[in-house]
Design a protein around this ligand. Sequence first.
Ligand code: AKG
Ligand code: FE2
Length: 318
Amino acid sequence: MDKNNIATVDFHDLVSGDAERKSNFVKEMGDSFSNMGFVIVKNHGVTEEMKKHLFETSKRFFGLPEEVKSTYEKEELAGQRGYTGKNKESAKGSELPDLKEFFHVGQVVTDNDTVSYPDNIWVDEVPELKEVSLEVYRTFEQTGKQLLRAIALYLGLEENYFDAKIHNGNSILRLLHYYPLENVDNIPDGAVRAAAHGDINLITLLMGGSAEGLQAQSLDGQWISVSPKENEIVINIGDMLARLTNNKLRSTIHRVINPSKENLKSSRYSMPFFMHPRAEMDLTCLEGCVTEENPKAYKDMTAGEFLTERLRELGLLK
Ligand SMILES: O=C(O)CCC(=O)C(=O)O
Ligand SMILES: [Fe+2]
């Protein structure tokens, strides 16, 4: 088996009702997560039309003047809702901020659950953002739930192990804009679109880099390009699942490199959905994942405690 290969799997195989197709999906996906921490998924549920609509809406928002966008930035929310401007987020351990700006949409609780989250921030100038981003949010939540069921099966857990833990979870849809740089010679030495980092959450469902640039680090240290087709999404394991599984599933370091000087003058858009559980989820390593050869690597923590720690490290929580 090529350990540097990122498998492409068909979501229809998982939900088809055919036991053999499903178990092949689980194995292929799980092995790819163990080796590369990434998998590419086709037939994921977000239609081309929804995707196009969200991209167009995102472009309209980022095209607004800086002084308008900044009214949607609320520092007291630590970047968890609304706009985060240029030069705000730096990867853990990185001195320089990434060359990006983004907008966050969070969970809306509609049942009588007692869990509560900050309200979303909506944009008067781009009113359609609300409907289309919540539609994609709900769709990714469903796709993510099914993928976590497949992950549970791969780990030998009950299929619905994650269901209650992610119900009304603290997931975030990020509309991301890597802005054009007019004066390329002025960018600080070493600044990149997204410096090497691991994601915080359980899994990330990433829609579309509108341009190339995403790379993931293999077990032998090489940078492997992640190149989904137009209609495919990229899934990667975040630090929370790496903790729970004691690194059986890899939270792989990834980055978005700068394109050629010429292409730096054009934008890159992408939309990661960071799937989080509820804050109280216990991330203590699963017993079955701790062995003599693979001793327990993490101290016990809840998802909420871990998120707070990481937001501080990212410079988003003061
Ligand atoms: O834009 C991309 O392709 C990746 C973004 C990413 O890794 C992140 O926002 O965590
Ligand atoms: Fe990431």
